[in-house]
Design a protein around this ligand. Structure first.
Ligand code: GLV
Ligand code: MN
Ligand code: MN
Ligand code: MN
Length: 399
């Protein structure tokens, strides 16, 4: 099933490109809806196009236990980031059916919309709107690089899925949430752990920097008379990285992952550059200090006009102690070596944790690689993670 999902958007190099709410993402969602028998499952789609399937509980009126993750990928991503958590949830439901296990509470599996934040910024739109429906209004007019709004893409996705799912309100009470995910880093593998109990997610801030110069002829404009936006932006990228390196306590992550020169040409001095900054650290105070430092570096440059704006800001997330102990018991019961760790990547769980007790479970990433076509995990570890997830879900759903 996991490999079948990867078929939606698979690239020649084995990577997967299934950006949020693209045709291929919608096709994958329709495929997902066919995995479970319509007679015993209820599929729902909400205003943020989150796709949720519910397995009924035996006691009416109890809030569901929820699991899941996202199906959108990076523009050149791997086959497991997000996809593992959705498929692990579906596999868990199938295993409960096969074993004839019924739970007091319903169990829901969700595929959150636009976690990656590459087509529409910021990331984790679906889960953040689920946690706080008022946020959706702020996302609707966000445009992708082709000018399509999130609203248009969302509505098309809802229409497309409606034959297989009923429309449901955005957000509902959740008894507890567990997200299974690949680690996307090297900690489990290097510690020879096959499973990870995820205690927290580090804080993250996303910025957009705009540098404006003056476009002019490359052959006629003397060097000292230029306002070259590429040069100014390149200097900024280096200075920001140097300033960050000087403060790094070992836990800082700073990345300029996007650097755009719109309308660029070989013989024209660029008038405009936009670049992104992704900043992460386990301490919010540290992030605030770094933000000040970056702003100072930007203010100090004089070659061109430059502005910085925040796209997203999330303080670190601490997961719920009770859910963590249930996840840890389920992980320990597999008999496989495991450890506890914090997450370097952000996940939908950081938003769900605002409204429900939440935790995460990791499986190792081969060579620690993710956001890369080479992303991979041993099949035996995917199975182990799914087993532990199913066990933890049953415990929570019988509370
Ligand atoms: C999303 O996957 C992130 O952590 O950047
Ligand atoms: Mn992910
Ligand atoms: Mn990702
Ligand atoms: Mn993520």
């Amino acid at each position: 099933m996991q490999r079948e999902l990867a078929g939606f958007g698979v690239a020649a190099d084995g990577g997967v490109c299934r950006e949020a709410l693209t045709e291929i993402d919608l096709a994958a969602r329709s495929w997902l809806c066919r995995l479970l028998p319509a007679a015993s499952y209820e599929w729902m789609v909400d205003d943020a196009a989150n796709l949720i399937v519910r397995r009924a509980g035996t006691v009416p009126g109890l809030a569901p236990v929820m699991t899941g993750s996202h199906m959108d990928t990076q523009p050149m991503g791997g086959w497991l980031d997000g996809a593992f958590g959705v498929i692990a949830g579906i596999e868990a439901l199938m295993a409960l059916d096969d074993a004839g296990i019924h739970t007091r509470r319903p169990i829901e599996v969700v595929a959150w919309t636009n976690e990656e934040g590459t087509r529409f910024k910021p990331g984790a739109m679906g889960s953040s709107a689920f946690a706080e429906p008022g946020r959706l209004a702020g996302f609707l007019q966000t445009r992708d690089s082709k000018g399509e709004t999130f609203e248009t893409a969302c509505n098309a996705a809802i229409e497309r899925i409606l034959p297989s799912a009923k429309r449901s309100p955005l957000g509902h009470p959740v008894h507890a949430y567990i997200e299974a995910h690949i680690e996307q880093g090297p900690v489990l593998e290097s510690g020879q752990c096959r499973l990870g109990v995820v205690t927290s997610i580090q804080g993250v801030r996303w910025y957009e920097v705009e540098v404006r110069g003056v476009s002019a002829h490359a052959g006629t404009t003397p060097m000292q008379l230029r306002h070259d936006a590429v040069l100014a932006a390149a200097e900024l990228v280096v200075r920001i990285n140097e300033a960050a390196a000087a403060r790094d306590d070992g836990n800082l992550r700073l990345t300029v992952g996007r650097f755009d020169v719109p309308g660029s040409s070989i013989n024209t001095i660029a008038s405009h550059v936009g670049f992104s900054i992704d900043l992460r650290h386990p301490s919010d105070a540290f992030l605030a200090d770094m933000e000040e430092l970056i702003k100072r570096v930007i203010r100090k440059q004089t070659r061109c006009a430059a502005e910085i704006r925040t796209l997203m800001q999330r303080a670190p997330t601490q997961f719920d102690a009770d859910v963590l102990s249930i996840v840890e018991n389920a992980v320990a019961a597999t008999g496989a070596p495991y450890c506890s760790l914090g997450s370097g990547a952000f996940h939908d769980a950081m938003y769900v944790a605002e409204v429900a007790p939440a935790a995460m479970l990791f499986v190792p990433s081969r060579n620690g690689i993710s956001h890369n076509p080479m992303e991979d995990t041993d099949e035996a570890d995917l199975v182990l993670g799914t087993r532990a997830l199913a066990a933890a879900l049953v415990t929570l759903a019988n509370q």
